[in-house]
Design a protein around this ligand. Sequence first.
Ligand SMILES: [Zn+2]
Length: 308
Amino acid sequence: MPGYKISLFHWAILFASLLLFGSCGSKKKYAETNKIYSQKTRKTADSLKAALPSPIIPIKEEKDEETENKKKVPLSQEAKEAMLHREGLRKDLDWVGAIHFDSRKPNFVIIHHTAQNSVDQTIRTFTLPHTKVSAHYLIGREGEVFQMLNDYLRGWHAGKGKWGNITDMNSVSIGIELDNNGKEPFPDIQINALLTLLDTLKTNYDIPQANFLGHADIAPSRKNDPSVFFPWKKLYERGFGLWYNESYLLTPPKDFNALEALRLIGYDISDPKAAIRTFKRKFIVTDLSEELTLYDRTVIYNLYKRYL
Ligand SMILES: [Zn+2]
């Protein structure tokens, strides 16, 4: 029947337009911040094209005569030249471009929980001008994955922290945020999406198994994410992060220094209690006291042997 055919055709058109409008709607929602992202990537690309890094402008502090407050004043040309000459901050260099290079690659992955209640809330946090935080990926409770930064860009997810002697974790890592308020289990569908993403990153950048860490690992006195609900053992079984052999635990020697072993694994032990707490949250889970039991020391010994 011609009438039936026409109405079916119209339904199809209507359905297609709804899909189109739907996707335009979501694109439109973030159009402003996507524009800022593009502008910033262009600026970053321009800085790569420059032969030399921007010169460091030395400044000195002076007392403001009216307010008595200290203020930063640029040095005079003469003082600047004297300082550059003396301290060698910037010499005149001859530039010859070598022709073999590519971009530096991420070598760590840092896993976080958002401590927020929805993906929308986190996207908003990462796109507001004043928050100064971001991550490369955000994974929702239903396993939906949002990429928010190119892997080669330096995200602002790690903050102040340390692993071994690396003090700028943002420069070497990819940050992944899991939508989770910190007090709830992580659904399987979300963890499976994470595992797929980790597989891709590990393959693309040849990231060592031991370099898949949690935010708390690199900032034990400031952070607790991801929480005790995070399935680190499952990750280890898939090749991400290290774990100990639970069914064959070697007894540590009498003079074994567990705290020093944590330091050798990578932990910042400047606040020993925080380091112990962080280790226990991840590997012991059921006892979060700040004292090390014989069992804790045994686990550390077995882990430490794997890191050697
Ligand atoms: Zn975090």
